[in-house]
Ligand binder design. Structure first.
Ligand code: C5P
Length: 348
């Protein structure tokens, strides 16, 4: 019996890019947040004399060979398990292919979990969690986060992940512009911008805000901001600072604390320069007045952007603004860890 697992997506609530490392990757600090919008990954697997992996996908733009993230992770998992198997993978694509939403990375994790479920039925023991995380990191920097779900701190090259406390489910609108952004190119453009001194750095003395003029750029400031935002404070403190309530319990929603810090995605500096239309879309997502977004930003290196909203009305208004401008959008919600894990299949 084939196993089908939802393959969710993510946004980045703040992303600070540090220097290029010796291995060519960049150090970064980010807060990932998983979303309910998903693809579906179906795996059928049984032990065999030789491993053979076959992939099909509903979207012709997705490569169905060894370069596919699902292929890579299944191959690595079989090696780690010491098992040969016939594996058929089908990816039902509902998310944009190159969007900064981590869809390809999530496909890998869904394929891994479905593979393990299939092989467990044949008496193969599941991989330990740390081994899953190791394999995921070999496939891509934003693969491991999908083994955790919810709000996740990402450091290192993004592959070193730590669960962050709960952010309540929040209305989300994704804008999906018809623009392709290459992540490696965006990192190279960032390096070039640093070299050319094209950054307008805020004064380092600005309390509680960014300091970009240290060797590690904003990495450490963003880590501090994330750490402090997730220390929940009594709700009353949020009211007295003039920030509206969201979530409705007695503690402040960490999302509001994060937004107050003015968290940013460094990729906007380079991607908006090359694609000014994306800056315009961010303003459309932000809106104004009572229906204003809690926050709006580019996700990863884009080209998808997101807006988070305090009410369904505010999200609907943002969708309408995008529609009037001819921008494709997708309405979803953030997916906290408990619900994320439940939907992946309980114990996984
Ligand atoms: O890890 P992943 O395969 O997703 O990365 C794709 C490319 O993005 C890398 O080959 C590298 O060029 C760039 N990258 C980077 N620093 C990171 C993550 C990715 O330079 N932290």
């Amino acid at each position: 019996m084939p196993t089908t697992v939802p393959s969710f997506s993510k946004i980045n609530l703040g992303l600070a890019i540090g220097p290029a490392r010796a291995d060519g990757f960049h150090s970064l600090t980010t807060c990932y947040q998983t979303l309910a919008a998903h693809d579906l990954v179906t795996v059928e697997a049984s032990p065999a004399a030789q491993t053979a992996i076959q992939i099909t996908c509903s979207d012709a733009r997705v490569p169905c060979d060894r370069t596919n993230t699902a292929w890579k992770i299944v191959d690595l998992a079989l090696q780690s398990l010491g098992v040969s198997a016939q594996v058929r993978i089908h990816i039902d694509k509902r998310l944009p292919v190159q969007g900064g939403l981590g869809a390809g990375s999530a496909n890998a994790v869904a394929a891994l979990l479905a593979l393990e479920a299939e092989l467990t039925g044949h008496g193969v023991v599941a991989l330990p969690d740390p081994e899953r995380l190791r394999i995921a990191a070999l496939v891509g920097s934003d693969v491991p986060l999908f083994l955790i779900g919810g709000a996740v701190l990402g450091v290192g090259r993004g592959e070193e992940v730590y669960p962050l406390p709960h952010i309540p489910a929040t209305e989300c609108v994704l804008a999906l512009p018809d623009v392709g952004v290459s992540t490696p190119q965006a990192f190279r453009d960032w390096d070039e911008l640093q070299r050319s001194g094209g950054m307008e750095l805020p004064p380092s003395s600005e309390a509680g805000r960014w300091t970009g003029n240290s060797p590690s750029g904003k990495l450490i400031p963003l880590s501090r901001v994330l750490a402090s935002a997730f220390v929940t404070r009594p709700f009353a403190a949020a009211h007295s600072s003039g920030v509206s309530a969201l979530g409705g319990d007695q503690f402040e929603n960490p999302l509001l604390a994060l937004v107050r810090t003015g968290m940013e995605n460094d990729f906007e500096e380079v991607v908006f320069r090359q694609h000014p239309s994306l800056g315009t879309i961010k303003r459309l997502l932000s809106g104004s007045g009572t229906l204003e977004a809690i926050c709006a930003a580019l996700s990863g290196s884009g080209s998808a952007l997101f807006g988070l909203y305090g009410s369904a009305d505010a999200a609907a208004a943002a969708e309408a603004r995008l529609a009037r401008s001819g921008i494709r959008s997708l309405r979803t919600q953030t997916l906290p860890r408990d619900e994320y894990r439940k939907q992946l299949g309980g114990s996984r």
